[in-house]
Each structure stands twice: as C-alpha cells, then as structure tokens.
Design a protein around this ligand. Sequence first.
Ligand SMILES: Nc1nc2c(c(=O)[nH]1)N[C@H]1C(S)=C(S)[C@@H](COP(=O)(O)OP(=O)(O)OC[C@H]3O[C@@H](n4cnc5c(=O)[nH]c(N)nc54)[C@H](O)[C@@H]3O)O[C@H]1N2
Ligand SMILES: Nc1nc2c(c(=O)[nH]1)N[C@H]1C(S)=C(S)[C@@H](COP(=O)(O)OP(=O)(O)OC[C@H]3O[C@@H](n4cnc5c(=O)[nH]c(N)nc54)[C@H](O)[C@@H]3O)O[C@H]1N2
Ligand code: SF4
Ligand SMILES: [Mo]
Length: 749
Amino acid sequence: MAWDNSREDINVYSQGEVEKWVYSTCNICSNGCGCYIAVKDNKIVGIKGNKKYPVNRGRLGPKGENQWWANNSIDRLTTPLIRNSQGILVQASWEDAYSLLVEKVQEQLKVNGPKSIGFYHTGQAFLEEYYTIAKIMRAGIRTHNVDANTRLCTATAEWSLIQSFGSDGPPACMEDVDQADVIVFIGRNSNETNTVLWERTLQARQRNHTKIIEIDPRLDMSSRMADMSIRPKPGTNVALLNGIIHLLISNGWIDENYISRHTVGFEELRFSAANYTPETVERITGVPAQTVIDCAKLIGTSKKVLTILLQGVYQSMDATPASSLVNSMHLIMGKIGKPGCGPFQHAGQPSAMSNRETGGSGFYPGYRNSDNPLQLKEIADLWNVPVESLPAGPETHVMQMLDMMEQGTIQLFWVMYTNPVVSLPNRSRFIQLLKKVFLVVQDPFLSETAEFADLVLPTAMWGEKEGTMTNLERRVNVLRKAVDPPYQLPSDFEILLEFSRRMGFTDRSGNPLIKYNTPEEAFNEWRVVSSGRPCDMSGMTYEKMEQLGGIQWPCNEKYPNGKERLYTDGVFNTQLDYAESYGRNMLTGRGRTREEFKEIGANGKAILYGFDWAPMTEHPDQEYPFYLNTGRLVYHWHTRTKTGRAPLLQMNAPEGYVEIHPDDAARFEIAPGDTVKVSTRRSEIFVPARVTDTILPGSVFIPFHFGGINEKQAANELTLDTWDQVSKQPHFKNGACKIEKIFPGVQPL
Ligand SMILES: Nc1nc2c(c(=O)[nH]1)N[C@H]1C(S)=C(S)[C@@H](COP(=O)(O)OP(=O)(O)OC[C@H]3O[C@@H](n4cnc5c(=O)[nH]c(N)nc54)[C@H](O)[C@@H]3O)O[C@H]1N2
Ligand SMILES: Nc1nc2c(c(=O)[nH]1)N[C@H]1C(S)=C(S)[C@@H](COP(=O)(O)OP(=O)(O)OC[C@H]3O[C@@H](n4cnc5c(=O)[nH]c(N)nc54)[C@H](O)[C@@H]3O)O[C@H]1N2
Ligand code: SF4
Ligand SMILES: [Mo]
C-alpha cells in the first residue's frame, strides 16, 4: 500500500479568506514537500500541503506550516543599504547600490584579479539562480572562489557519492522508506529535522513492521522511538561501521556475485574491517559488543535495508570515509538500486541538491570535472567561451576563503542567502575577517551578517518569485510566484542578471554571457547543459513538473517521467571521462591524478575503501573534559531569520540552552535553569542548563540556532574550525569544552 493521507482537513493553515492557492514547494528543508500558498490581496495568508504530491501526500511539518510569516514581517528591508563614511548603514537607491557593487568588483578585477573576489551562497535558492551564479562566477568574473553553505551541510554526501560511485546523486528514494524491512538512521534526528519523513517512517513501521535502528550518541527524539537505539561516543562512526561490515563479511551476509561483478577494492575493505571485532568496537565506541552483533545481524539478514545519514556523520570525524563505508556496506550486500534498499545520503537544505547539480559550488554544471579537459571543453563550448578562461583545478572551499581573507588575497566577499556570522564555526575569528573585506550581503533581513556589511541588497523571498528546486530524492519541482515582492524588491535571480549586464560580461562572439531573462528561460538553457550527464533534466519542463508532482532525474528520452532509483543495473559513473571527479585520497584528501584514477580500474564499477578509525581532532582532556555536540531542534530553522519571526515557533523555543547529563549536573551542582558558562579553546557562551539523561555522561549538546551578536548564546562561538580531509566540511559535531555554573536560574526550564 502506498504512503497516503486519509485525513481531509490536516495541514491547511490560513488566516481568514483565501482568494487563490498557488502551486509551490516548501522552502524549508530538503524533503521538499509539495504545497499551495494561500493568497489574498497580493499577500501570502497561509499554506496547505499538496495531497497529490508523492513526497508528503498533503502533510507539512511545523516549520513548513509557519514559513510564510517571515514574508509578512514588518522588519523586511525595503531598500539597499550602504555603509557611509561614519560607518553607519544608510538607505540607498538601487541605482547607487548596483553602481557601487559594479565599481568595487571592477576595481578588484583591475587591481588584484579574479582571486580577490569570493562569492559565498546557499542551499536554499533556486536552481536557476545557482546555474546563473556558476556561469557568472566562472565565465564572467573567472574565479574559482565560489562556494556555498552546502559545504557546511552536504559536501560530505556529495564527496562520498563521488568517491564510491563516480558522481554525486543519492541512489535511493523516498518510496524506499515505505518498502524497507529495516531503516538505519545514522546521525539523523528526523523526528525534529524532517518531520514528514519521520511520519512516513512510522507509517511504514505500522504497516510493514519495519524495524528502525538509530545510531546517535544522543537519545534524541527519533532514537526514543526506535526499535534499536545505538549510542556510540561522538566521532566513532568509522569504528562502528567497520565493526558491522566485519560481521557482515565473517557471517557471509554478503553477495559475492555482486561484489565481483560490480565493485573494486573488496580486499582492501575486508582487510581493514577485520580488525574491528565486536570487542574492539565496544572499546572504541562504548557500544556493547552484543549490540554491534545484533545490529549487524538485523542488517545482514533482512532483505531490504535502507540507510539514511546526515550531520551526525557529515559533521563528525572522518566524515567522507564514514559515509563511504555506508556505501560499501550496501554494495557488499548487493542492497542498492533495488526497492527498499540503498544508502540514502540526505541533503538538509531545500535545494542543496540543485546547487550541487548546477556547479554552484566546487564543480562545473552537470557534475562536470574541471580537472578533465574534455568536460571543461564541453562547458566552454556550451557557454561559447574560451576554455582557457575557465578556472580549473580543485575548488576553493569556504574555510580556505577565510584564510585568503586573512592573507589579504580575498578583498571583496559577497554573501548571498546565508548567515555565516551565525553558521560558520569559530565565529569570533570570522567576524574579525569580515572587517578586513568589502562585504556585500544579499538578504531580505538585516541578518547578523548583514550588520557587518558595506553593502546590503534586500531581495524577494520564497512565494515572491519563480524557479525550481531539487529535493533529497532527486525530485525537481517548480515553485510558482504567488505574490509580487513588497517594495518592488528584485529576486536573487534578477540581481544577478542586472549585475552581469552592468559588468558587460560577454561570450566569445561578443553577445551577452547571460542570454536569458526569465527563470524558465534559464531552466531551458540548463536542460541542454545537463543533457547526457547523470543529473539529466533535458526531458523536464515547468509544466510537466506541475502535472506530475515533481520529476526525479534523470529525465530524458529514455526516462520521460524520471527515474526512481539510480544504479538499478549495477553500472556506476566511474568511467574515466564520465566521472565527476578523479576522486581524492581518503586519508589525506589530495586529489587523485587521472592516471591514479585510471589505475583503480573502476570503469563502471563502484569503489570500496578500507579505512581505519582515528580519534577526533580535539578530544576531551583534563582542561576541557566534555564532548561538545551541536545541532537542531524542531521549532527553528538555522539562524532563525524565518522561524524567529513565526510567533508559534518562536514562543516554543525562545532561547538557547545546554543539555547536561544528570550525573555531570550533580557533580557541578547545576540545577535545571541555572546559567552555565560553556567554554572551549575558542570562546565562551552563557546558556541556561537543561538536565537530561538523553545525552551521554561527559557530553553536552547545544542548539546552534541562537546566534544574536549580543546574546552570547551562539554555539559557533565554541565550535572547532577544522574540517574533513576529503569533503572539507567543518567538524561541527566534534570538539571539547568545559562547563561552569555562573548563577542559579530563576525558574526551571
Ligand atoms: N528543525 C529543523 N530541521 C532542519 C533544519 C533546522 O535548522 N531545523 N535544518 C535542515 C538542514 S540544512 C540539515 S543539514 C538537516 C540536519 O539534520 P540532522 O542531521 O538530523 O540534524 P542535527 O541536529 O544537526 O544532527 C543530527 C544528530 O547527529 C548526532 N551526532 C553528533 N555527533 C555524532 C556522531 O559522531 N555520530 C553519530 N552517529 N551521530 C552524531 C547529534 O546528536 C544529532 O542528534 O536538518 C534540516 N532540517
Ligand atoms: N554549530 C553548528 N553550526 C552549523 C550546523 C550545525 O549543525 N552546528 N549546521 C550547518 C548547516 S548543515 C547549515 S545548512 C548551515 C545553515 O546556516 P545558514 O545558511 O547561515 O542559515 P540560514 O538561517 O538558513 O540563513 C539563510 C539566510 O538567507 C536569508 N534569506 C531568506 N530568504 C532569502 C532569499 O530569498 N534570498 C536571499 N538572498 N536571502 C534569503 C535569511 O534571512 C538568512 O539570513 O549552518 C551550519 N552551521
Ligand atoms: S518536512 Fe521539510 S519540506 Fe516538509 S514541510 Fe517540513 S520543513 Fe517543509
Ligand atoms: Mo544543512
């Protein structure tokens, strides 16, 4: 039986009378729930779930239901702001704002060259915007310094898929949730971070007796409902996964035929996993040996296994190796590319996938490899620009851009649709660096980052513009424009087009570099660019998406209505000239050469890797005895610029806190509600205590949503700014801290 929704009345939220309902997608998380936006008098007045949409069947979660409040917020910026000679941000005309932007960019290009400009954006914009960014930054400005907050979010998903399968693109789909016998969640608190997926999981359990395994050091909301809750110490995913793989192999719960026909590297994997006996795993992870055995048995003896992973892997120690071990686990069992099976590397933000597909950060559009001259030439020809003008080699990731700011190489930093003053690790350092550059911030609100800007460009928001987004299962859907933006604000797309026009970017024939004027025209150009690549969208149109309820790529002549799962035939994208990358050394992160990639001999087979566990970069010690864990809670979206403006959500979670285990609280004489100073080698914050045995003794958990500059509650004051060697994703979930009671609380939380 399909995932359904029999209740008629749920998930309709509107204030008063509704004039029309406009087709759209939720712009909060990567689930990409289908919805309709309620409109009255050119104003958004509510939202309802789309009952026909396959992803959510009418359901919406609390953030989805409340996202439209931000559109109507009275503190939306109405005009651009320019920092004046007294250092104050003052209102300015669009003409002055564009002139200043173009003048500053041109000056940098003339004096310091393309390397002096850094562009840092998002996983929440539209595909058409990312594609335009890729084109303008690579072929217009000619810089490789373009990255997005997807680096903090799903760079590891992207890289583990590339390492194992030759290209990005999660193999599984949401339908697999309905069909699996066992669903393993690793470092994924869906009950809070993807509520609709969680409902779907519970419905599957009710219907099929699906078993749920949760692997998370916290007994988070999802773990509390799981059939098996496994709580490894932070930073030990690699050891646990090796232990499971070892047991799968030693018990013969593997598919030798699949391994020999469709993979390379099995001996390497077998050899390194062999060291991880259940006892060794227990010693490293703290998970009882018998639990490791039970877990491996359930995975190994069930027919259909789906593994869902997110930040507890991607932001933790050895993220890419751990994530690729999940891929390997499925490959050796042959449980991939089949209903109910597969590694399902989730995205977090609503369009992180679109960013990755279009080359918004790191790669070239269509999962193209800029180290491969053939693929670079393809793009140059599609764009009609000289191939020599396109920057090649490894991407500049955002953490590297910070070093470039420190050294004075990057002098103009343009931030679009992200709030890094709250979301980047070790923020005190970042704030110092912002003061060294000309900072442009594109945001509908005066965010914490915008407060440091020299130029602020306010924009239209979701519901006020048109475009597409790809969700976590490769489903692309169109979002129709519901209302005109207030104050005639331009969309991000329009700002980018106007910038390109004013910069006079042209192609080789002297025609404008950007030839389209509307998002739909941009999408039509993108369809051609994506054609023949793994994320082929050549068979999609806006109209067809609306008709079918989104379409999963690839969508082309062979798959006119899209394709649910990838790698159904066991052929992977590791052919030398088709692969998205030659890959990276798992241990050092160094890029493989073409020759090195060729030597692996994958050529259509998936690649298995052996990898040993290593302790975290910063481990608890005498001075800083606690593990520091940071993450999310159900009511807020990231830096709260949207959810903090939705009354119901803000009321439910008005301030930050730290979770402390009762044993530790007793030791430090901390009672619920007491103000606690949490400090690391970077900085300190002051937050009320929540005393709870849902976290392991010796660790603390802090939600990262509360980042006001003056409130001193920002988790990212504390976090470590080291990163994964392969994906360059920062270690937000690792680090050591200490706690100290400052004064008693007024009332228990
Ligand atoms: N409510 C809400 N939902 C959201 C978002 C939001 O801001 N708010 N953001 C969206 C985005 S962009 C993202 S990326 C996703 C993130 O979604 P999730 O990954 O589900 O969220 P997090 O809370 O960051 O982390 C998940 C879990 O990882 C665990 N963890 C920490 N260290 C380890 C470890 O070493 N091993 C293991 N196995 N687990 C560990 C944490 O205890 C935590 O419970 O959520 C999306 N959905
Ligand atoms: N400690 C810690 N830090 C983390 C994480 C963690 O788990 N722990 N998780 C990381 C992850 S996974 C993520 S994804 C990041 C998220 O971090 P951010 O991307 O910084 O968070 P958001 O609040 O989503 O920021 C989006 C910004 O875009 C603005 N905006 C909204 N709509 C529009 C629009 O239409 N156009 C433009 N131009 N702007 C718009 C919003 O007002 C807001 O300022 O945080 C990361 N940081
Ligand atoms: S699950 Fe995600 S996409 Fe769906 S309504 Fe909630 S926030 Fe929006
Ligand atoms: Mo994210």
